[in-house]
Design a protein around this ligand. Structure first.
Ligand SMILES: CC(C)(COP(=O)(O)OP(=O)(O)OC[C@H]1O[C@@H](n2cnc3c(N)ncnc32)[C@H](O)[C@@H]1OP(=O)(O)O)[C@@H](O)C(=O)NCCC(=O)NCCS
Length: 211
C-alpha cells in the first residue's frame, strides 16, 4: 500500500501523498470517476486523489463531491473542506474540518525556468533569497515558488488570480527539507497567508490552511 507520506496536522486537518503504483480497479473499488477522463493516467491520478480523501477521513463522502464553474471540487452541507493535486505518479490531498485549504504537488523540472517571469516578480525572488537577474535560478526554488502559488490559487478557489500581482512573497523560512513562505494575498483585500512546503528530493509539496 504505497502511502508515501502522511501528516495529521491537527485533530481536524490531515495531509497525505499517495504514490500511484496500483491499477485502476484498486481505486474504483472505493471511489468513482465523476467526469469523463479519456486519458488513462489522468484518470488514475483523479481516482488516486479521490481515494486519498476517504483514506484520510474514512467517513468522507466522496460520492457527494460537486464541481464549481471554476472547476474547484467541493462538498455542500458537509463538514469537510479539501484540496487535491497530482504530478506524475503522485497524488496529494489535504482535508480539513475547520479550515479552507489548498494543496499542490509538483516534480521539479527545468521547464519551470521558461515560465518564471509569468509568476515570479523581482520582489518575490528577493523574498526567496534569489537574485532576480540570475537566469539560471535553481529549479527546486522555482518549483517551490510555483507550487506555493498554485496552492494559494486552490485555497482561494474562485479563479481569476494574477500570480504575480495578487500573490506576493514576503519572507521565506527554510528549515532544510521543510519551511514556509509568508505571503500577502491581494484578493479581495490584502491579507497575510502562510504557505507551508515539504521537499521529498525533487518532489515539492505546498499547502495553505487558513480559516
Ligand atoms: C486548476 C489548477 C490549479 C490545477 O493545477 P494542475 O497543476 O494543472 O493540476 P493539479 O493536479 O495540481 O490539480 C488538479 C486538481 O485541482 C483541483 N482544482 C481544479 N480547479 C480548481 C480550482 N479552481 N480551485 C481549487 N482546486 C481546483 C481539482 O481537484 C483537480 O483534480 P481533479 O480534477 O482530479 O479533482 C491549474 O490548472 C490552474 O488553473 N492554475 C492557475 C493558472 C493560472 O492562473 N496561471 C497563471 C500563472 S502564470
Amino acid at each position: 500500500m504505497p502511502l508515501f507520506y502522511q501528516q495529521n496536522i491537527n485533530e481536524h486537518t490531515r495531509l497525505a501523498i499517495w504514490e500511484i503504483r496500483e491499477a485502476e480497479p484498486f481505486f474504483t473499488e472505493a471511489v468513482t470517476v465523476q467526469r469523463t477522463i479519456s486519458h488513462p493516467h489522468k484518470r488514475l491520478q483523479h481516482l488516486a486523489g479521490r481515494y486519498l480523501l476517504s483514506y484520510l477521513f474514512p467517513d468522507f463522502p466522496s460520492w457527494l463531491i460537486r464541481i464549481a464553474d471554476t472547476r474547484k471540487p467541493f462538498l455542500e452541507g458537509q463538514p469537510y473542506q479539501f484540496s487535491i493535486s497530482h504530478s506524475e505518479n503522485y497524488a496529494a490531498a489535504l482535508v480539513s474540518k475547520t479550515c479552507q485549504v489548498g494543496v499542490d504537488i509538483e516534480l521539479a523540472s527545468p521547464k519551470i525556468a521558461l515560465i518564471r517571469r509569468k509568476f515570479l516578480s523581482d520582489g518575490d525572488a528577493a523574498a526567496l533569497g534569489l537574485d532576480a537577474s540570475d537566469t539560471t535560478m535553481n529549479e527546486l526554488d522555482l518549483t517551490i515558488a510555483w507550487s506555493a502559488k498554485e496552492a494559494v490559487y486552490k485555497w482561494w478557489g474562485l479563479g481569476e488570480v494574477d500570480f504575480k500581482k495578487d500573490i506576493r512573497f514576503d519572507t521565506r523560512i527554510s528549515n532544510g527539507q521543510t519551511g514556509y513562505l509568508d505571503c500577502t494575498f491581494n484578493k479581495p483585500a490584502p491579507q497575510p497567508l502562510k504557505v507551508y512546503y515539504h521537499l521529498f528530493s525533487s518532489l515539492v509539496l505546498a499547502w495553505v490552511m487558513e480559516p
